[in-house]
Design a protein around this ligand. Sequence first.
Ligand SMILES: Cc1cc2nc3c(=O)[nH]c(=O)nc-3n(C[C@H](O)[C@H](O)[C@H](O)COP(=O)(O)OP(=O)(O)OC[C@H]3O[C@@H](n4cnc5c(N)ncnc54)[C@H](O)[C@@H]3O)c2cc1C
Ligand code: FES
Length: 271
Amino acid sequence: MGLSPYVPKPVKIVRIKEETPDTKTITIGPKPFDFTPGQFAMVTVYGVGEAPFSICSTPSDNNLQFSIRKMGSVTTAIHEASPGDEIGVRGPYGRGWPLGEMRNRDILLVGGGIGFAPLRPLLLHLLENSNKYGRIAVCYGARSPSLLMYRDEFGEWMERGVELYLTVDVGEGDWKGNVGVVTTILDKPNLNKAETIVCTCGPPVMIKFVLKKLVELGYSEENIYASLESKMRCGIGKCGHCHFGGKHVCVDGPVFRYDEIMELPRGISPF
Ligand SMILES: Cc1cc2nc3c(=O)[nH]c(=O)nc-3n(C[C@H](O)[C@H](O)[C@H](O)COP(=O)(O)OP(=O)(O)OC[C@H]3O[C@@H](n4cnc5c(N)ncnc54)[C@H](O)[C@@H]3O)c2cc1C
Ligand code: FES
């Protein structure tokens, strides 16, 4: 008889990095499974519990990374862990970003706060395979400059050809960039809008206004995808915790296309 799908694989924490004042990026390894950008995994802290997190490293990395914001018991336990500690991980789960649709197309990534976590593996994968894709633009916003994740990578992304537009709700310190919500910079990328594939992730209210604005700007509904979040327990379509209007977010999502999002009921739909 095979092992239960609920049994996590033991892995060691290799590194922990302070990403923002409330978020740490943990590196675990060696990677116990392959994945595609946009998928998530269930992370177990023994004796505390488990929770779903987007995998934020590139699929070509031998380790896995997660950027984790401190919320409750599991995330606090992860924030208190140290390199060398053992945790459990099972996955990969869910439907990731539509890589097949992106071939030879321009791509726009729109992130809000910690919502950039599932977009980072996509961005890194696109950069590693840039001959297969068109231009890449990123619009990324956070409440304040210190809450922008992956700041130490921005320079390298731009050197590798990414058009990067940043914004914050409230400027602080020596911030000289745009101030305003992320919809205020969506008109900046110089892309072939009708053909561009757009991938977005962030708080539900951000996703709602981003989707509306994208359509207003001329992006095609059929090319817009968003990663949605819901409460989850099993991660494999069995427990019903993430079941909305005939869809399991853990299996049918977390990435949904615009038309699928429009059909989702209240409770999961950002509208
Ligand atoms: C597919 C998916 C991917 C995710 N990716 C990430 C990620 O990359 N980084 C990250 O930091 N978090 C991510 N989350 C959210 C993360 O799973 C929750 O923050 C975590 O479960 C909280 O666990 P806890 O035991 O620390 O807190 P709990 O004690 O369970 O809860 C603390 C507080 O957080 C709220 N909460 C719990 N789960 C969620 C949720 N899914 N959405 C919104 N609020 C929640 C609770 O209502 C409560 O108010 C993701 C969730 C899903 C479903
Ligand atoms: S989390 Fe159990 S069905 Fe989706």
